[in-house]
Design a protein around this ligand. Structure first.
Ligand SMILES: *Cc1c(COP(=O)(O)O)cnc(C)c1O
Length: 239
């Protein structure tokens, strides 16, 4: 094994241990939770090693980096998740490689994703990003819609071709009433998810938890955790 491969294998084992422990503590079967490894800022060679180590879900947050990486890794059995703030002019590119988009937060994006997916002959599973620190009708600092905007977006996704509502995503807020309280934030996301599933039963994904707080997310009921630095190392630059 190369050094990098060993490092990634060790880190993956530690993350797997945390997910298993959190599942056991919550009385949830391990297979309830899917690990998505966030490979942003890291090279395609790392994505390849991760695939060899059994990773099946990877995520990126910038189309400029993701598009060439996904192309380089097209031979690998990977599902690609787009988790970053998304501009409408990038939607056509993202719709070419992403299977899941976790950052839908406005109707303009639904329209653009629908058009691009339909044109590419693909179906995109779309998660609505909830900003738990946003006031009613507003969007979050790092993207996301306030909780009272979820229904409108879910209905729009259900009505549009090429896209479907798959669930909810959040990032634990750094400001506002949930700052420093990831468990409370994820519990709130689960409540919003219950409301969403009443109208759209198939929209049952709950994407929450990162390296620092994946344990809280699993305890709250997350179905997908998005883990970057705990697997790949601390990122050399912001991303
Ligand atoms: C970078 C990123 C992650 C992973 O964060 P880590 O703290 O490195 O685990 C998860 N979700 C989103 C939306 C991200 O941008």
């Amino acid at each position: 094994m190369t050094d990098r491969r060993t490092e990634l294998a060790d880190n993956l084992a530690r993350v797997e241990e945390r997910i298993s422990a959190a599942c056991a503590a919550a009385g949830r079967p391990r297979e309830d939770v899917t690990l998505i490894v966030v490979t942003k800022t890291y090279p395609a060679s790392d994505v390849r090693l991760l695939a060899e180590l059994g990773v099946r879900h990877v995520a990126e947050n910038r189309d400029q980096d993701a598009a060439p990486k996904a192309a380089e890794c097209a031979d690998l059995p990977l599902t690609w998740h787009f988790v970053g703030q998304l501009q409408t002019n990038k939607v056509r590119s993202v719709a070419g490689y992403a299977d899941f988009v976790h950052s839908v937060d406005r109707t303009r994006l639904v329209t653009a994703l629908s058009a691009a997916a339909a044109k590419a002959g693909r179906t995109l599973d779309c998660l609505i990003q909830v900003a738990l620190d946003a006031e009613s009708g507003e969007r979050g600092e790092r993207g996301g819609v306030a909780s009272d905007g979820v229904t409108e977006l879910a209905d729009a996704l259900a009505a549009a071709e090429g896209v479907r509502p798959a669930g909810l995503m959040t990032v634990a807020p750094l400001v506002g009433p949930y700052a420093g309280r990831p468990r409370a934030a994820f519990d709130r996301l689960m409540e919003i998810s219950t409301g969403l599933r009443a109208a759209h039963p198939a929209a049952n994904m709950v994407s929450a938890g990162m390296s620092a707080d994946l344990d809280d997310a699993v305890a709250a009921g997350a179905t997908h955790v998005r883990v970057g630095s705990a697997v790949l190392g601390v990122r050399p630059r912001l991303g």
